[in-house]
Design a protein around this ligand. Structure first.
Ligand SMILES: NC(=O)c1ccc[n+]([C@@H]2O[C@H](COP(=O)([O-])OP(=O)(O)OC[C@H]3O[C@@H](n4cnc5c(N)ncnc54)[C@H](O)[C@@H]3O)[C@@H](O)[C@H]2O)c1
Length: 268
């Protein structure tokens, strides 16, 4: 348990991509501050593994009293699948207050233009943009009926600048998430629903840690030299800004993007 006052007691959150590196860490931290958390992900094995870790001793501390977890097999690209997941959460927990739309990524698609096939473009756009839209569309009615809510969408430094690490589909999708975030924020603001985006730099989750460790020392230095804070971040340094945007601490912030990248990209 964290030693600060829990900010999410009685709150109900959905975290898409909740079995992934950042999603699981965010789920643990939300529960650590009292939320009931539903994780949406595609693989039953990954959900089972994540739930076992979340219910046990997560590195961030066990869940607070009243917190709880639910796992739902949801493909965010599929509107019917998202609707089923949202119904499950509403039946089990009673509603939705917070949506963290973390499902996404380059999803193993190639980076270079010559190697990109139509199915790669479809996959990256469908998961990152359509998936973010589908989840918001399904969650908003419950938030409205509860008098408000908070949505945090996942963009990326790759959608804020021309990152050489990721390809064109990812850049387009993550820039698109920002347009979606602003337009949605305008639409649901009168219902007291805030919508913001987070744009992380490189966080070494899962296989990314292996990739970084396997790089030549010179290349690792090059990565660090581009970051003014000159170090790689802890996962917690992405989790905390997400929780800030999901909490009442950011009650007058909507339609914003928070760059969390050690200074590698600075907005003008
Ligand atoms: N890790 C980073 O450095 C970094 C940087 C910038 C942005 N991001 C963004 O943060 C988010 C989380 O990244 P991560 O590093 O935790 O990645 P991750 O690959 O560890 O987790 C992503 C999760 O999304 C799930 N997912 C994929 N397709 C899905 C679908 N159709 N429906 C439901 N779930 C699906 C995956 O199964 C996985 O569990 C992503 O949107 C990513 O683009 C990550």
């Amino acid at each position: 348990m964290t030693d600060r006052n829990p900010r999410f007691t009685g709150k109900i959150a959905i975290v898409t991509g909740g079995a992934g590196g950042l999603g699981q860490a965010i789920s643990a931290a939300l529960a650590d501050e009292g939320a009931r958390v539903a994780i949406f992900d595609t693989s039953p094995e990954a959900i089972d593994r994540a739930l076992a870790e979340l219910k046990g001793t997560s590195s961030l501390g066990g869940p607070a009293d009243g917190a709880g977890f639910l796992g739902s097999i949801v493909d965010v690209r599929d509107r019917a699948s998202v609707a089923r997941g949202v119904d499950e959460v509403v039946s089990a927990f009673g509603g939705i207050d917070i949506l963290i739309a973390a499902a996404g990524g380059s999803l193993g698609t190639p980076r270079d233009i010559d190697d990109i096939e139509p199915e790669h473009l479809d996959l990256v756009i469908d998961v990152n943009i359509k998936g973010t839209f589908n989840c918001a569309q399904a969650a908003v009615p419950s938030m409205k009926s509860r008098g408000g809510g908070a949505i945090v969408n996942f963009s990326s430094i790759g959608g804020r600048s021309t990152s050489p690490v990721t390809g064109i589909p990812y850049a387009a999708a993550k820039a698109g998430v920002l347009g979606l975030t602003r337009r949605l924020a305008r639409e649901v603001g009168p219902d007291n629903i805030r919508v913001n985006a987070i744009a992380p730099g490189l966080f070494l989750t899962g296989r990314l840690q292996g990739m970084f460790d396997a790089m030549a020392e010179k290349d690792r230095h090059e990565v660090l030299d581009a970051i003014p804070l000159h170090r790689m971040p802890d996962l917690r340094e992405c989790v905390d800004p997400v929780l800030f945007l999901a909490s009442e601490e950011s009650s007058y912030i909507t339609g914003a993007v928070l760059d969390v990248n050690g200074g590698r990209f600075m907005a003008g």
